[in-house]
Design a protein around this ligand. Structure first.
Ligand code: SF4
Length: 403
């Protein structure tokens, strides 16, 4: 078995300037300095109280950069995207990192790893079996799994030890949920309230076993038998889900148990662990705060495969027209915006999105894997579309950094 590192290499100060050059934004610093609100001409841009890089993502990217510094001559692999942000992953690709799966993979697999190679586990973690394979290859493992994700694993592992099935609110094909479910003895992944209701109905005797198995074919452990495996359950969730939905799902499933077994027996059969991470919760709370009153439109920036970003857009679109974009260039003109519509899998173009209003307020937030430079570019693009010359704004922002 090769080396295992989980804490970086003491090179934080060395990589700090590199990270700043790659991901910082003076425009975002200026917005912060101005109370997260900037007005130029008829447009006001309001930024959420909590936005962008979370502590887990910051740590993962920081450790990846430290790894490059520590092993300048070694091949460095990453098992999957380090975080869900295209610009960050592309930059790592440019720095010579090799992706073993996901959109940035160029065909290399675990079979290509040789003794002495370096392999990074991303912020979402990795499945148990994959880690075993890597350990057997005698490589240097650098584990950037976020502590909040590791906490979920602890709950799920405890459920497994006690012979409880893990019911996980999440997306069965999301890297974090794949890693989490790999630590369960038996598991069922429930995506939303509609699926939770399906499970509740089954618990209460309203459903066919084979229909259940077909419905959750991709979302259960091998050999899952809903008649046996839903007798004692522990509830957990992917850390980046909508927290209100996670709570509702847990409450509905528990209530189905109470109806079937009574309260006292339910206490022996159902365990619950709220595992939404603090950063996800803070970003969701900040969007809710921004909606009092709501802006005229809301821009949510983040990768289209970023679960937490999707949920920020879901919250804001209940209050105002909201657009989930992954970069400033998505705002093609005042007439057209490219964005990921709610519930869609593909980007689409929306016409006439710019609110016809004067004065105009546009709200802005960003998912936990969005670097500040992407947010700053979006702010400038909004002012450009409003017809403002941003030269002064850029100069003011740059002046912030001057001694
Ligand atoms: S969103 Fe939460 S769980 Fe995910 S990396 Fe950030 S802090 Fe960790």
């Amino acid at each position: 078995m090769g080396e295992y590192h989980r804490k970086g290499f003491g090179l934080k100060d060395t990589v700090k300037p590199l990270l700043e050059a790659a991901y910082a934004s003076r425009v975002v610093d200026l917005l912060r300095a101005k109370g997260r609100q900037l007005t130029r001409g008829n447009l006001t841009v309001r930024l959420a109280r909590e936005f962008g890089f979370c502590v887990g993502v910051e740590r993962a990217v920081d450790i990846a950069y430290q790894t490059r510094q520590r092993f300048p001559d070694k091949r460095i692999f990453i098992t999957n995207e380090i975080i869900h942000n295209a610009s960050v992953n592309k930059r790592l690709l440019d720095m010579g990192f090799v992706f073993l799966s996901g959109s940035y993979s160029q065909g290399e697999t675990c079979d290509d790893i040789q003794s002495g190679d370096v392999v990074i586990l991303p912020a979402f973690g990795a499945p148990v079996k994959e880690i075993e394979v890597l350990r057997a290859r005698n490589c240097i493992l650098v584990d950037t799994s976020c502590g909040a994700v590791v906490n979920v694993w602890r709950s799920v592992e405890k459920y497994a030890r006690d012979q409880f099935t893990s019911v996980i609110h999440g997306k069965y094909n999301h890297e974090e949920t794949i890693a989490t479910s790999s630590r369960a003895r038996r598991y069922l992944v429930v995506r939303d309230i509609a699926e939770a209701e399906y499970v509740c109905a089954y618990i209460l005797g309203k459903g066919q076993r084979e229909d259940f198995r077909a419905h959750f074919a991709k979302a259960v452990s091998p050999g899952f038998d809903p008649d046996k495996d839903l007798e004692r359950i522990g509830i957990a969730n992917q850390t980046t889900m909508l927290s209100t939905e996670s709570m509702e799902i847990a409450a509905r499933i528990r209530s189905a148990f109470v109806r079937k077994y009574g309260e006292e027996e339910t206490q022996r059969r159902v365990r619950m662990q709220e595992t939404i991470c603090r950063s996800t919760q803070d970003r969701q709370d900040a969007v809710i705060e921004m909606m009092q009153p709501p802006p005229d439109a809301m821009i949510v920036i983040g990768g289209y495969n970023s679960s937490n970003t999707t949920h920020l857009a879901e919250i804001s679109q209940r209050h105002c027209p909201s657009y989930h974009i992954d970069e400033a260039a998505c705002m093609i003109s005042r007439g057209q915006i490219r964005h990921l519509p709610m519930g869609a899998e593909q980007e689409a173009i929306h016409e006439h999105w710019w609110p016809d209003k004067t004065p105009l307020t546009i709200g802005l937030t960003a998912g936990a894997s969005t670097p500040n430079n992407k947010i700053g570019e979006t702010v400038l693009r909004l002012f450009e579309l409003a017809g403002t010359d941003v030269t002064d704004l850029v100069a003011e922002a740059e002046a912030l950094g001057q001694p």
